[in-house]
Design a protein around this ligand. Structure first.
Ligand code: NAD
Ligand code: TYD
Length: 353
């Protein structure tokens, strides 16, 4: 079996669902169920014995060691993290704890377990660390895209803690020989994304008749990748990646935020027209995010050259699927938009002019 951390979050859950669509190899899903973890996403696996869910914190080494000894996975895929930049600005402590201390704790548990394996088990074992392009910092309009050789220059508490975790993973390979792989991916979008991130936030605000809050001048650029393509890239890297290597994963889809928001409004105007006016009328420019990185862009040619991976969705097809998914799955979103989520909206948006 494989062990997935953070498999109740957006990308981890998509990965688990896709994995079990493509393979009968069981998944041990270890997740703390923070605000971002949602077991509803995994409802279709409720009676599927290939999926074992355990609520645990990756900072709890005793639990991790027990789980590893009991289930003896052949690989660990590490998705669990605090993942939202705006939350990292309001409260960085959780990011240091989970992203740095948690990754360290998981590496320690993995190393001890790996040392108990025989030679063949050791050689076959993999620790795949899921990271972000944000560790490379910010590009200007004319800079070339991030490659695997771009120096790290993280700017937010989120990206700094992810960078720290990447360095620890690298060190465990060089120092202890742990068979690691690291992926650095651009912005994901698709089904089951928590509505604090740009695309699902804009869709759910639009449908609720609320303002669509665009930070700053709206010209910050992100590269967007459909989550299913991220999952397929991770499967490739797990199967055939070179130990100790890092792989950039991107969608070749650089877009300005304001253009993304206009595209979403166009889709909604077509699929769920308002009684009066257009969703574009709800667009509102608000105070920028402190330290807002201007541009992220990924050169994903290494992954294509070495492992033959390319994304299958274009931005247009991926966005159309995503908007349709949110329209068809309003109860999933409605359950989140209550309680704690409201507090977050107050914290992040009420003080923005
Ligand atoms: P998410 O916030 O949606 O989900 C994170 C999951 O981790 C949640 O289920 C949460 O309960 C769990 N978790 C948090 N702290 C934990 C802890 N201490 N112990 C166990 N579980 C814990 O995040 P996501 O968007 O799915 O991102 C997954 C991974 O991919 C992260 O490592 C992130 O840095 C990386 N990544 C995300 C993006 C993106 O666009 N979302 C892009 C590139 C890389
Ligand atoms: P986000 O989804 O938070 O991802 P990240 O900061 O990790 O790239 O934001 C994507 C972009 O959208 C980023 O440039 C910030 C911007 N943004 C807004 O303009 N308004 C919003 O309400 C949010 C959440 C993000």
């Amino acid at each position: 079996m494989i062990l997935v951390t953070g498999g109740a979050g957006f990308i981890g859950a998509n990965f688990v669902l896709d994995w079990l669509n493509f393979s009968d190899e069981a998944v041990l899903n270890v997740d703390k169920l923070t605000y971002a973890g949602n077991l509803r996403t995994l409802q279709s696996l409720q009676n599927d014995e290939r999926h074992v869910f355990v609520r645990a914190d990756i900072c709890d080494q005793a639990s991790l060691s027990t789980l590893l000894a009991e289930h003896r996975p052949r690989a660990i895929l590490h998705f669990a993290a605090e993942s939202h930049v705006d939350r990292s600005i309001h409260g960085p402590a959780d990011f240091v704890q989970t992203n740095v201390v948690g990754t360290f704790t998981l590496l320690e548990a993995a190393r001890q377990y790996w040392n108990t394996l025989d030679a063949a088990g050791k050689a076959a074992f993999r620790f795949l660390h899921v990271s972000t392009d944000e560790v490379f910092g910010s590009l200007s309009e004319t800079d070339s895209q991030f490659s695997e050789a771009t120096p790290y220059a993280p700017n937010s508490p989120y990206s700094a803690t992810k960078a720290g975790s990447d360095h620890l993973v690298r060190a465990y390979h060089h120092t202890y020989g742990l068979p690691v792989l690291t992926t650095n991916c651009s912005n994901n979008y698709g089904p089951y994304q928590f509505p604090e991130k740009l695309i699902p936030l804009m869709i759910s605000n639009a449908l609720a008749g609320k303002p669509l809050p665009v930070y700053g001048d709206g010209k910050n650029v992100r590269d967007w990748l459909y989550v299913g393509d991220h999952c397929s890239a991770i499967r490739e890297v797990l199967a055939r990646g070179m130990l100790g290597e890092t792989y950039n994963i991107g969608g070749w889809n650089e877009k300005k935020n304001i253009d993304v928001v206009h595209t979403l409004c166009d889709q909604l105007n077509r699929l769920r027209p308002k009684e009066q006016g257009s969703y574009h009328d709800q667009i509102t420019y608000v105070t920028d995010r402190p330290g807002h990185d201007r541009r992220y862009a990924i050169d994903a040619r290494k992954l294509e050259r070495e492992l033959g991976w390319k994304p299958t969705e274009t931005f247009e097809t991926g966005i159309a699927r995503t908007v349709q998914w949110y329209l068809d799955n309003q109860p999933w979103v409605d359950e989140i938009i209550s309680g704690d989520y409201r507090k977050w909206v107050e914290t992040n948006y009420t003080q923005r002019a």
